[in-house]
Design a protein. Structure first.
Length: 493
């Protein structure tokens, strides 16, 4: 069975094609595998392509369609290479995990597979999800399908590039300080970081455990709701998992924001935010106002401390989480013949990249006796102040709208020697993880041919409000329908 892949671009359209019997999951899967292999030399989105496993999952669905009720059954997607999938390599973009295969599935992976989903492969990321461009991967640098000389964002850059290039209908990312939302913005996708605790972290390799969440990267809001319906559930294997059942997010795909109050916090539009980005986001806010929402400018004075607070808390948690890579339990071990302490040291010196080493050192320092009160404890106190700013905002606002990132996608190499500039690209997303609330990036315009994303924020477990506002915006605009031109340079129509 052959078909025109270009006529289907979202997961829900793929699902409709499957249900109508027009096309099999195997045909979808083969077509996507072919496309992603053709693109991969330029795109570098994948660390592992799982042809056999994907085709086997597709065949399982094709042979017994009635056994799978989920709209994502038979629909191929991809997962970030920090989520455990039995039998597949799980590198986290690090040499220290090269060759390691997890003996169990992440809870989200089980949810996808049990629903009849097809996993095409594992996508590239900044090493241990530390970065904003995917340039910190130990293996390859992923390109942005909108301009191959630019980064796709990070750390879930491989997932974003794969979906934006039409090589996967959906993808999972993880977000500790913006790693789903910023790549979504850079690649013109919808990306959702759920409320902390809404999606299980079991089987997600930990970076900073009090901030990490898994979520979808998709081409439109409906697809994000479909993926969230699979991901959001209580999981007894994750002690921070929220016990209440999740709603059906597709019920929030309602084209109506009348009566909603949108807060616009001025601190998110400050220095460093490109004019085109600010004006695209403001145009989106005005559109929602025309559709019946009320708009209110507000102030959140503690947002300016979010970046320094994050860069104490995240490295502190990382230094503790990454202590387990010792050359004994996982992956790489040095070949040097030495005693066991020297073996630990040498293994870690060989296995970790520069960014990860720097963060482990900063985190260890911040947690060490004598400095703990001055750094870690202080950062936690300021985190509480920041959280209170959000609580106060949501007393009078149903949702907040900000830019997702201050700029559009930057050039590969442009910021890798300037860590401060690199970290500034997360200035709008990091406060959200510190507060534990949900954040969604939605395409809202273009600047010089590059996508711009706006960020919608809601109170804890307020994902439904985000879906409703995002869907309403999408119904009146066509930014989500734009597709990058993937022809190699110089090739004409
Ligand atoms: N860019 C941020 C960092 O480097 C956030 C990364 C993430 O969300 N995983 O820590």
């Amino acid at each position: 069975m052959s078909f025109d892949l270009d006529s289907i671009s979202t997961a829900w359209q793929a699902s409709e094609a499957l249900c109508s019997g027009k096309v099999s999951s195997e045909a979808h899967t083969r077509a996507l595998l072919e496309r992603l292999r053709a693109l991969e030399p330029r795109l570098n989105a994948f660390l592992a392509i799982l042809d056999d496993e994907a085709l086997a999952a597709a065949a399982r669905y094709d042979e017994n369609r009635s056994a799978f009720a989920s709209p994502l059954a038979g629909v191929p997607g991809a997962i970030k290479d920090n989520m455990c999938l039995i039998g597949a390599p799980n590198t986290c973009g690090s040499k220290i995990l090269a060759g390691w295969k997890p003996p169990y599935n992440a809870t989200v992976v089980n949810a996808i597979l049990d629903a009849g989903g097809v996993i095409l492969g594992k996508t590239n990321l900044d090493e241990f999800a530390m970065g904003s461009s995917t340039e910190n991967s130990a293996f390859k640098v992923t390109s942005n399908p909108w301009d191959f000389s630019r980064v796709p964002g990070g750390s879930s850059g491989g997932s974003a590039a794969a979906v934006a290039a039409g090589a996967a209908f959906w993808a999972l990312g993880s977000d500790t300080g913006g790693s789903i939302r910023q790549p979504a913005a850079f690649c013109g996708l919808v990306g959702l970081k759920p409320t902390y605790g809404r999606v299980s972290r079991y089987g997600l390799v930990a970076y900073a455990s009090s901030l990490d969440q898994i979520g979808p990267l998709t081409r439109d809001v409906r697809d994000a709701a479909l993926v969230m319906n699979l991901l959001a559930a209580h999981d007894p294997l994750d002690s921070t998992s929220w016990p209440e059942p999740a709603p059906d997010y597709t019920k929030s795909l309602v084209n109506d924001v009348s009566g909603m109050t949108i807060g616009v916090p001025k601190e998110f539009f400050g220095q460093g935010v490109e004019e085109d980005v600010a004006s695209a986001v403001w145009a989106a806010i005005r559109l929602l106002e025309q559709k019946g929402a009320r708009v209110k400018e507000i102030s959140m004075p503690n947002v300016e401390y979010a970046l320094p607070v994050y860069y104490i808390i995240a490295p502190a948690e990382a230094s503790s989480n990454l202590a387990r890579y010792d050359g004994v339990r996982y992956g790489h071990r040095t070949e040097m013949q030495c005693d066991h302490v020297a073996m630990f040291e040498q293994t870690r010196a060989e296995g970790f990249g520069a960014e990860v080493k720097q963060r482990i050192m900063i985190g260890t320092y911040a947690l060490s006796a004598g400095y703990y009160d001055a750094y870690y404890l202080k950062a936690q106190q300021v985190r509480t102040l920041l959280r209170r700013d959000f609580d106060a905002a949501f007393e009078t606002c149903d949702l907040l709208i900000t830019p997702t990132a201050p700029t559009t996608a930057f050039r590969i190499g442009e910021r890798s020697s300037d860590p401060f500039q690199m970290k500034l690209s997360d200035v709008c997303t990091i406060p959200v993880n510190l507060a534990g609330i949900p954040g969604m990036s939605v395409p809202c315009g273009f600047s010089n041919g590059l996508p711009v994303g706006m960020q919608l924020l809601g109170p804890a477990f307020g994902e439904e409000t985000l879906f409703r506002a995002a869907y309403t915006f999408e119904q009146s605009t066509d930014y989500h329908l734009a597709r990058p031109d993937l022809r190699p340079c110089g090739e004409s129509h």
